[in-house]
Design a protein around this ligand. Sequence first.
Ligand SMILES: CC(C)(COP(=O)(O)OP(=O)(O)OC[C@H]1O[C@@H](n2cnc3c(N)ncnc32)[C@H](O)[C@@H]1OP(=O)(O)O)[C@@H](O)C(=O)NCCC(=O)NCCS
Length: 169
Amino acid sequence: MNVIIETERLFLRQMNEDDFDALYLVLSDAEIMQHYPYIFDEKKVREWIKRNMDRYKENGFGLWAVCLKKTGEMIGDCGLTLQNIDGKMLPEIGYHIRRDHQRKGYAKEAAKAVMDWAFMNTDYPALYSYCKYTNLASIKTAESIGMSFEREYPDEVNGITHVSVIYKK
Ligand SMILES: CC(C)(COP(=O)(O)OP(=O)(O)OC[C@H]1O[C@@H](n2cnc3c(N)ncnc32)[C@H](O)[C@@H]1OP(=O)(O)O)[C@@H](O)C(=O)NCCC(=O)NCCS
C-alpha cells in the first residue's frame, strides 16, 4: 500500500486514482478552500492526484494521503513538495484536512511526522510552510510543529503570502 509514515493515529501513504472520491470531499469544500484562488472541480482534483504521483517519481516525495489507522479512511493530504516561494524553489510542508475531522490535531500530527521524515531523508537545511496571510489555521499548524515566522511578501495569487520556517538542528 506504499505506506511512508505511521503516527499514533494516522498513516500517510502514496495517493492514487482510487482516492478521487475521498480527496474530492476535502478539496471541493468551499469553506476549506476559502484561502485559495479557486475551488477544486473534478478535473482539478484528478490533476492534483496525478501531479503528486509524478512528484513521488521525480522527487521521492509529494503530498501523501492522510488516513485514519482505525478505519483506513483518507481524510486529507499532507506532505513535502517543492514550491516557488518568493522566487526560490523551496521544500514546503502542506496539509488539507476534511472539515469534519478538523481541530482534532490531525494536521499537526501529520505535519510533525512529515517534518521528521524530511529532516531524516533529505539534506534540506530548512523546511517551509506558506499560505495566504489570512489563513490562520495554516499558520497555527506550522507553528504547532515548531515553525516560526520567516517573512511576508506581496504576490498576485494571495495578495500577501505568509512564510513560516524551521531549520534543521
Ligand atoms: C490548516 C488545516 C490543515 C489544519 O487542520 P487541523 O487538523 O484542523 O489542525 P490541528 O487540529 O492539527 O491544529 C493544529 C494547530 O493549529 C491550530 N488551529 C487549527 N485550526 C485553527 C483555526 N481555524 N484557528 C486557529 N487555530 C487553529 C490548533 O489549535 C493547533 O495548534 P496548537 O497545537 O498550538 O493548539 C485545516 O484547517 C485545513 O485543511 N484548512 C484548509 C486547507 C489549507 O488552508 N491548508 C493550508 C494551505 S497550504
